[in-house]
Ligand binder design. Structure first.
Ligand code: UD1
Length: 422
């Protein structure tokens, strides 16, 4: 039982490097199941979600070896087509093996993910898409049972779901015939998955656009691939720099993947300098209020909504945040309110009335991004903030405390069973 203790008020400056994207690495690991042989993934973040995904792959018969930030996945022989509940319950993203198993083995038995703390997160779009590819699906006893093989078809997604687009891509690369995925998600992580699959020999056109066309091939070959930089981790450190006055430079990601976020940071009064492999942020005056609404890429990412809310909590006026992607993603507001933030929630709107200062308090990490946002708030709050339930943060941020410390923050992990330490 650890907590993060933050003593606010120290200036943040310097350079921080982000790792490979969590949301890409997990899907690339699943995609490795499609190619018999040893796939090598580089720039894989050392986070707990990757460890859970490695366990999922091992249960399916693959052998996973990690050396530093490189994973080798030997998927020569798969021995199971079941992703069991005990693993899916720990990480919802493990459902992305569904498409890969249908592609490789023609069948899959994957536990249904339950609700999670940011919303109900259904899988109906995944299922409808797979059915259009000719896969028979039944959902019984808490499992999705898929019987293929898949064949090419025209699939229209009712919402550009990231997970559904990924499952359909993986199910269709080895299917007979042409598949067209319309209203596909356009996130950079989709483009990264399509790059890996294309390097393996898949025939994919249009990844990163709303229409993806896949012509099925008969086999894929294991390859060596480096994970795209994590735009959400990058955005988190840039918002930390914006909360303080910086300058903070974040490297290891493509700033084009954060276009709308950088624009909103500029509207909030920050100076942003874009580089080929990163960006630098600084701020002179008070934070200005700005309205944001979360949307599928290239819109404002829902994963940066909580960190941005922490920033707007200190703005010189009121801002409206509209959350369009996950229905329950405002629980962070209740925690930051304990630090003096003035936030009113009405359905999927949040009215954030800026206050001159936040005050350090004990708070609980509600989820991955909300937890990181509480630490950011603590960096600029008066006094000490103690953030508990930090296992959420460990799911997605490698070396969060070390990276913030290197920028000059007073932040450390403590064992909360030891009251003296906090
Ligand atoms: C992924 C990311 C998550 C990010 C999200 C949106 C991973 C591991 N997670 O999640 O960090 O916040 O994209 O950018 O990559 N929906 C349905 N039915 C479905 C599928 C989705 O109703 O079958 C709804 C969800 O409940 C949610 C919305 O669509 O409200 C977006 O979901 P989706 O794009 O699928 O996100 P994930 O892939 O789960």
């Amino acid at each position: 039982m650890e907590a993060i203790v933050v003593d606010g008020g120290l200036p943040l400056t310097g350079t921080v490097r982000v790792g490979g994207a969590k949301n890409s690495a997990l899907k690339l690991m699943a995609a490795a199941l499609l190619a018999p042989g040893v796939t090598t993934l580089r720039n894989v973040p050392d986070i707990s979600d990757v460890a859970v995904m490695a366990e999922v792959l091992e249960r399916l018969g693959a052998h996973v070896v990690r050396t530093d930030h490189t994973l080798t996945i030997d998927a020569t022989e798969l021995t199971s087509h079941e992703a069991p509940y005990d693993l899916v319950v720990r990480m919802r993203a493990s459902t992305c093996v569904l498409g890969a198993l249908v592609g490789r083995l023609g069948r899959a038995h994957v536990a249904m993910p339950g609700g999670c703390n940011i919303g109900s997160r259904k899988v109906d779009i995944h299922i409808a898409g797979l059915e259009q590819l000719g896969v028979a699906i039944s959902t019984e006893h808490g499992y999705i049972d898929a019987e293929g093989p898949a064949h090419g078809a025209h699939v229209m997604l009712e919402f550009p779901s990231v997970g559904a687009t990924e499952n359909l891509l993986m199910a269709s690369v080895l299917a007979d015939g042409e598949t067209v995925i319309d209203n596909a998600a356009r996130e950079p992580e989709i483009a990264d998955l399509a790059s890996l699959l294309s390097e393996m020999g898949a025939d994919i056109v249009g990844a990163g656009t709303p229409t993806i066309t896949v012509n099925g091939v008969t086999a894929l070959t294991a390859v060596d691939h480096s994970v795209v930089g994590d735009r959400i981790e990058a955005g988190t450190y840039l918002i930390a720099g914006a909360l303080d006055s910086g300058p903070v430079t974040v490297v290891g990601f493509d700033p084009a993947h954060l276009d709308i976020v950088l624009l909103k940071l500029e509207h909030a009064g920050c100076i942003v300098e874009r580089q080929v492999d990163g960006a630098t942020i600084s701020r002179a005056g008070r934070i200005r209020p700005v309205d944001i609404q979360t949307l599928p890429f290239p819109g404002f990412p829902t994963d940066l909504q909580a960190p941005f809310m922490a920033l707007l909590a200190l703005a010189d006026g009121g801002s409206v945040i509209t959350e369009n992607v996950f229905e329950n993603r405002f629980i962070f507001a209740d925690e930051i309110a304990r630090m003096g933030a003035d936030i009113r929630i009405d359905g999927h709107y949040a009215l954030v009335r800026g206050v001159p200062a936040l005050s350090g308090a004990p708070v609980r990490s509600p989820d991955l991004r909300g937890g990181a946002a509480l630490v950011l708030a603590g960096l600029v709050a008066e006094g000490r903030t103690v953030v508990t339930d930090i296992h959420h943060i460990d799911r997605g941020y490698e070396g969060f405390v070390d990276k913030l410390s290197a920028l000059g923050a007073s932040v450390r992990r403590v064992d909360v069973s030891d009251p003296e330490a906090a």
